[in-house]
Each structure stands twice: as C-alpha cells, then as structure tokens.
Design a binder for this molecule. Structure first.
Ligand code: ADP
Ligand code: MG
Length: 588
C-alpha cells in the first residue's frame, strides 16, 4: 500500500539530469488520463476522501475534490510549472519512487489544454486559487474552501481543435473514466471515493477496514459470490487479493486487476500465471476474474518504463509468475468449486414416451462385443488388472445416489442435491490418478500382439522423436514406421482395459497432433487429458450401483474434482433453499 510522504516537501523544479532520465510522455490524451493524474495527486497528498465529478464524459468538465495536505499559496504557480514536483528531488529518490506521481508534468499539461483552476488550502492558511487557461497562468487569489485541494479542468482541448476531434462520444469517454476510477479506488480501501457523472452519484464507497469489501466493489454481483481470498508471503514480497470462482472466468480480462505497490499495472505474465493456475478449472481461453495486489520493496520494480505508468519491469520476473501461480493454485485447491445450479421454472413436462427395453439389452451387447474386440486386439495380462471399479470404495459419508439417463448421477446431500456429469467427473478422476501415477514412474503397459500401424503427417512423425520419451513414461511404445507412419508396440494397460474401443494407433496419432511443441509439461497434460477422456465412462454408459458409488466417493479424494480437465464443471449443486424459492414456498 502506498503511504503519503510523512511530511510534505516544497514543490521545486527537477534538476535537468533527472528530467532527462524520466521517460517523457503524453500524459493528457483524454478525460480518463486527466482524471487519473488528478486522483493520483489527491492520493499522493494523503487525502482520506476524494470526489470525482465529470460532465459529458469529462469533455465539458472534470472536478476532483480532496481533503489532503493542500498546496501553500506561494507554491501554487509552481504546481502548473513543467517538471516541478514536491515528490522527487534527485536520482536516488527516482530509484525508489513511493508516490504515484513524480514527473511534475501532469498539471502543467492539463493547464495547457483546458481551462483549469486550483483552489487549495493547507491546515496553516486560508484558501487560495490560481487559474491556468490554455497555458496562460493567472495570479494567486484569495478564495474560499476547506483544507484540501479542488482541481477543475473544463473545456478539454478547447485550444487544440484537432485533438478535441479525437475525443469519443461522451458515453465512451465516461466508460474509460469509470475504469480508471475503479483502478485507483480498488487498492485504496482506506480512502472514501465518490464518483458522480452528470450530477448523478455512480458510487459512494466509504473507507473500510475490510479490504475484501473494496476489492469486490467493482465486480458485478454474481462474481462477488464467495470470493476466494489469497494471502501469501515470499520473503519481503506479499501477494494479497481475491479470485472469483472459476465459473465466473470471463471472455475478456475485464475483471482482472493487478496492482504492484498499489499501482494498477498491466502484466501479461501475471495473466498467464493466473490462467495456468486455473488450468483445468475454467474453460480454456477464459480469463479468470481476480484482483491481485503485490507488494515488493521499491527497488525490485522499475516503474519508470511507460509514460502512462501502466507497465512496470520486475527485477525477478519469474518470481512474480511463480508466486501468483502457486498462491492462486493452492487457494483454489482448498475450495469446493461446484457451481450452483441455476434452476429455471419449467412448463409441465410432456408425458414420457414408453421406453423400449431393448436399450438395456443393446448396451449389454455393446459391452460384450467391446470386450471381445479388446481380447483380440490386446494381449491381456492373465492376472486381473486393477481398474477403478474393482478398487474398494473409499470411506465416504453414506449418501443416496442414483444414475439418471445413463449420464447423470444425482447425490443427496445435507442441504440439497448434487447433479454430476458422470463422464466429466470420471475424466477428472482418471486424469488425477494418471498424473499421480505418472509422477511415481512409467505407467504399466501391455505389448500389442500385432503392432498398430497408423498413418500420420511427416511433421507428426518427426515430432515422435521429441514426444517419444514422454509417451514411454505414459506406457506407450511407438516407433517411426517409414516417412509418414508410426507403429505402436505397447499401450497403457489402464486405457486398454477400460475402453477397448480405444485404438492405440489412433490414440498416438491424436497425441502427436495435440502435443504442442512447447515443452513436456503442457504435452503431458494434453496427453493425459486425452487418455482420461478416452478411458472415462461416456454419457449413455449404464453403470452398476457399485461403480456409481466408487465414482461419487472418489470425487472428494482427487484434487479439482469440481471440474473436468477441460475446465467444465463436473457437479452442479441445487440447494433446498433454491428449490423452495423456485416452488414459491418462500417469501410470502
Ligand atoms: P507530480 O504529481 O508528478 O509531482 P503534478 O504536475 O501532478 O506532478 O503536480 C505538481 C505538484 O503539485 C505535486 O508535486 C504536488 O506538490 C502538487 N499537487 C498537485 N495536486 C495536488 C493535490 N491534490 N494536493 C496537494 N498537492 C498537489
Ligand atoms: Mg501528479
């Protein structure tokens, strides 16, 4: 968190050498950037309450009122002077900037492109005002006002029509202002923020001692549902924040905020670390909603990279990645992540059609023929192979379960029921078991009586050289067979037994297609994923009650049981409460 300097220093021009070291930049390009600079100044001045009011998206007027330190009257003209600041004096201080501003350019720029007026009062003085009209500096005048500072910027770009033309419609500009205000207010739960647009209060957030309250404030209501709190330390580094449940991962990074030492920062590597932490819990390509705040010693981070200060450079970038990834991952693993079912009232169902009994018989028939196929295809070991269903059920609280439509398992729980997608859950269970198993050593495999030959592209055959050792760990022995074919000699027992329909050749071809050329770690996930998917029971597979029980019990024994390896939920929860609401048994 940023602390305002204990004692305010006077505004002074920066030495030329320091000016040269500051990444110069256009700080004032649109209303949002004006708001950002002015609110940052208020925060740097130690304000405890800040009001932001804009008219017509900020094109007509921007007014920021704070109750901070104020500016002494004799320094007011310097506030509008370029490269004059009270925050940095020399190179050494530039190295460890602890305030949001430090360039001493914002007010000078704003004063040069708007009709700007500052009214300010320090605790030791009366209020004084100064105006700067398109760069024309007025004189310091006595005024009226409370301790603190009000800066008003009107008629933005009135003297540069070309730039004024580049402003977007009021609605678009005001959306950007809102975003900026969010980014500034979220990490500062110790400061009250009020935001008014065209005379209407958009929000009025009181200061709060519970930081989570402020962190979720900018999220829409459903994202605020049971946020997962993260709090981790790594030496002097601290990472705190909240993560929304995986079901809320969005198509854009809109609800992702990252702050370094209280400064909103865009960092692709952090987004990546976050997405990786959600791997298998949210659908691929989705951006988890998270508000993360990293505090590091100022020397660890270079903020002087980007003129708008939205990018920083870390001395230890990989440490940032690991801290974010491990912290979020661990926080997620400790959670029950089953999303709530959203029941919708339904019309009365049509009368059920008489269901032909042949279905069951057909399923049996397929099972048998698959088993035969499997025998002819594979040299099945004589000794019984351990499979999921033959393992003893792990102790789990007795609950009533039933399979519906040969696809869903409905489990009675204390406060309602859970509906499980049998394929998705089994896929996750197998995936985790395979992963744990592979980490102990290569999977058991069976030699095929006749090697399975499969045609692949030449590039895929080439890739075998790289992926081969990984496949061997997974119990797959495969060799190149000519320029564009692969011969599979051995295949993992587990997959072969579970799903005889899995063709070893096709499997290896697909594994080669899927394994990206970016390292073992992601390739192993892809291939395990494929294995789990092939070996898992499918929708439509009838299960015995013993199989159902084992599957349901295992759900709590494997990590990330709430989602399948692709990140889709395995389980939906429907509480008695939800049901009572839907049946209108409540609320009268
Ligand atoms: P910087 O913030 O980089 O120092 P600015 O041009 O934004 O540059 O502000 C110039 C100086 O004016 C600041 O260093 C600060 O001393 C003073 N100042 C600006 N806004 C405020 C404010 N709201 N309260 C107190 N002092 C302020
Ligand atoms: Mg500033």
């Amino acid at each position: 968190m940023l602390d305002a300097p204990a004692k305010r220093q006077a505004i002074r021009p920066l030495p030329a050498a320091v000016v040269d070291r500051i990444a110069a930049g256009e700080v004032v390009s649109r209303p949002a950037s004006v708001v950002k600079e002015l609110v940052e100044n208020a925060l740097d001045a130690g304000a405890s309450r800040i009001t932001i009011a804009i008219e017509a998206g900020g094109r007509e007027s921007i007014r920021i009122v704070d109750d901070g330190s104020g500016i002494p009257p004799d320094e007011l003209p310097l506030a509008f002077t370029q490269h004059a600041t009270s925050k940095v004096r020399d190179d050494a201080e530039l190295e460890r900037v602890a305030t949001l501003g430090f360039r001493g350019e914002a007010l000078a720029s704003i004063g040069s492109v708007s009709r700007c007026r500052i009214v300010s009062r320090t605790p030791d003085d009366e209020a004084f005002a100064i105006a700067c009209d398109g760069g024309d500096l007025g004189t310091v005048q006595p005024a009226a006002g409370n301790v603190g500072t009000t800066v008003e910027a009107g008629d933005l770009f009135f003297n540069t029509p070309a730039r004024r033309k580049f402003l977007k419609a009021a609605a678009a500009e005001s959306a950007q202002v809102t975003d900026v205000v969010h980014r500034l207010a979220i990490p500062r739960s110790d400061v009250a923020f009020r935001y008014e647009r065209d005379g209407k209060v958009v929000f009025d957030w009181p200061a709060t001692s519970d930081p989570t309250e402020r962190l979720v404030a900018a999220w829409p209501g459903d994202l605020r549902d049971r946020p997962i709190v993260v709090d981790a330390r790594d030496g002097e580094w601290q990472l705190r924040g909240i993560v929304a449940r995986p079901e809320h991962a969005a198509t854009s990074a809109r609800y992702h905020h990252f702050f370094v030492n209280g400064r909103s920062v865009q960092d692709r590597s952090v987004q990546h670390a976050l997405r990786e932490a959600f791997r298998g819990l949210a659908e691929p390509g989705r951006q988890p909603a998270a508000v993360l705040m990293l505090d590091v010693p100022p020397g660890e981070v270079d903020v002087n990279v980007h003129p708008a200060k939205s990018e920083v450079r870390f001395r230890q970038a990989s440490r940032v990645w690991s801290l974010v990834n491990a912290t979020v991952r661990e926080a997620l693993l400790g959670q029950d992540l089953a999303p709530k079912a959203r029941p919708t009232p339904v019309d009365p169902p049509p009368l059920p059609e008489p269901r032909p009994d042949v279905r069951e018989t057909l399923a049996d028939y397929f099972k048998q023929s698959l088993q035969e196929e499997q025998k002819s295809l594979l040299d099945v070991a004589e000794t019984p192979v351990e499979t999921e269903a033959s393992e003893p059920a792990s102790p789990a609280p007795p609950s009533r379960v039933m399979q519906l439509h040969n696809s869903y398992l409905v489990v009675e729980g204390d406060d309602g029921m859970e509906i499980i997608d049998q394929h998705a859950l089994h896929e996750r269970v197998l995936y985790e078991e395979l992963l744990a198993r592979v980490r102990r050593g290569p999977l058991e495999s069976q030699r095929l009586l006749v090697p399975a030959i499969v045609e692949v592209s030449e590039a895929e055959a080439d890739r075998l050289e790289e992926v081969g050792p990984l496949l061997a760990k997974l119990g797959i022995e495969a060799e190149r067979f000519g320029p564009d074919a692969v011969a599979v000699q051995a295949f993992p027992t587990l997959v072969a037994i579970r799903r005889a329909s899995t063709d070893p050749g096709e499997f290896v071809a697909e594994a080669l297609r899927r394994s990206p050329g970016d390292g073992d770690e992601s390739a192993i996930h892809e291939i395990l994923d494929l294995m789990a998917c092939k070996a898992a029971v499918k929708a439509g597979d009838p299960l015995t009650s013993a199989e159902v029980e084992v599957l349901v019990a295992k759900r709590h024994l494997v990590p990330r049981g709430s989602n399948c390896p692709h990140g889709r939920p395995t389980t939906l929860r429907l509480t008695i409460d939800d049901l009572e609401k839907q049946f209108k048994r409540r609320g009268f």
